[in-house]
Design a protein around this ligand. Structure first.
Ligand SMILES: NC(=O)c1ccc[n+]([C@@H]2O[C@H](COP(=O)([O-])OP(=O)(O)OC[C@H]3O[C@@H](n4cnc5c(N)ncnc54)[C@H](O)[C@@H]3O)[C@@H](O)[C@H]2O)c1
Length: 274
């Protein structure tokens, strides 16, 4: 139980990656705030954590609305007395549209949740963490924030690069307050929504082409990384991006492995001959 006595807010944790992160933090003893825009959407995750013996409450807030974020943090402090961990997970994708076809409205919507939401949540928890003398902020970006992704449009990629920039700047700005700021960059994650929106054939094809470790990530894979950044084990790590992507950022999927190995064997054989 590495997070006993700590309180965590995980934004967008009613389902998907946020749910996986919240469940893993609660398993390690953290009291967890489950957040989404609507309180009723959070209940299933809250019940799941409670049924496993953990502590969780639901607080509705739209991360893109500053007054709602401020109220969420105040309510967390009222109920749990502190905020030790903030996971900025809430994020939205827009369909993988070509830039020339992206409307200003869609651009603004993605930026307001993915970037302004992180800004508001950090701004709201920082004074509390400073008063406590320590804190951990974990931003959920994407491999789109390290390279790019064809799962979303250029607007999504730009929003996730902004999250990486916020992480790096804040890591420096908050270092003397002992607040660590790091990013988790997921690759393809098999959330219920992703499962709904893709076929097995598509997932097999993307795995072969893109993921050397041979499968899509589970939400628990992301939860495990969040536990590390939330715990004292990462006290000397700040401003870092950890890709949880099965090796996708290496750029070579598993179906290239036999080709490359054969090439290496041929080269070795040619070398041995001379
Ligand atoms: N699923 C993937 O393969 C993948 C890959 C890379 C990065 N990500 C990132 O991980 C994060 C979570 O993705 P997911 O796939 O679990 O998404 P999801 O859509 O399954 O879940 C997101 C949750 O956030 C909530 N949410 C959305 N907008 C919100 C807002 N304005 N305020 C509060 N809550 C809000 C939703 O209601 C939902 O509960 C996002 O930041 C996403 O960009 C996902």
């Amino acid at each position: 139980m590495e997070l006993q006595g700590k309180t965590a807010i995980v934004t967008g944790s009613a389902r998907g990656i946020g749910e996986g992160i919240a469940v893993c933090l609660a398993r390690e003893g953290a009291k967890v705030v489950i957040n989404s825009r609507k309180e009723q959407d959070c209940q299933e995750t809250v019940e799941r954590i409670r049924a496993a013996g953990g502590t969780a409450i639901a607080i509705a807030a739209d991360v893109a609305k500053e007054d709602q974020v401020t109220a969420m943090v105040a309510e967390t402090v009222r109920q749990f007395g502190r905020v030790d961990i903030l996971v900025n997970n809430a994020g939205i994708e827009s369909p993988p549209t070509l830039l020339k076809d992206i409307s200003e409205e869609v651009w603004d919507r993605v930026m307001s949740v993915n970037v302004k939401g992180v800004f508001f949540c950090c701004k709201a928890v920082i004074p509390q963490m400073m008063a406590q003398g320590k804190g951990k902020i974990i931003n959920v970006s994407s491999v789109a924030g390290v390279r790019m992704t064809f799962f979303g449009g250029a607007n999504y990629t730009a929003s996730k690069y902004a999250v990486t920039g916020l992480t790096n700047h804040l890591a420096w700005e908050l270092a003397d307050s002992h607040i660590n700021v790091n990013t988790i960059a997921p690759g393809a994650v098999l959330t219920p929504l992703a499962e709904q929106n893709t076929t097995q054939e598509y997932r097999d094809m993307t795995t072969k082409r893109l993921i050397p470790l041979g499968r899509w990530c589970t939400i628990e894979d992301l939860g495990n990384a969040a536990v590390f950044f939330a715990s004292d084990r990462s006290d000397m790590i700040t401003g870092q991006t950890l890709a949880v992507d099965g090796g996708a950022l290496t750029g070579f999927g598993e179906d290239l492995r036999p080709v490359i190995r054969q090439r290496m064997a041929d080269m070795q054989a040619a070398h041995d001959k001379h």
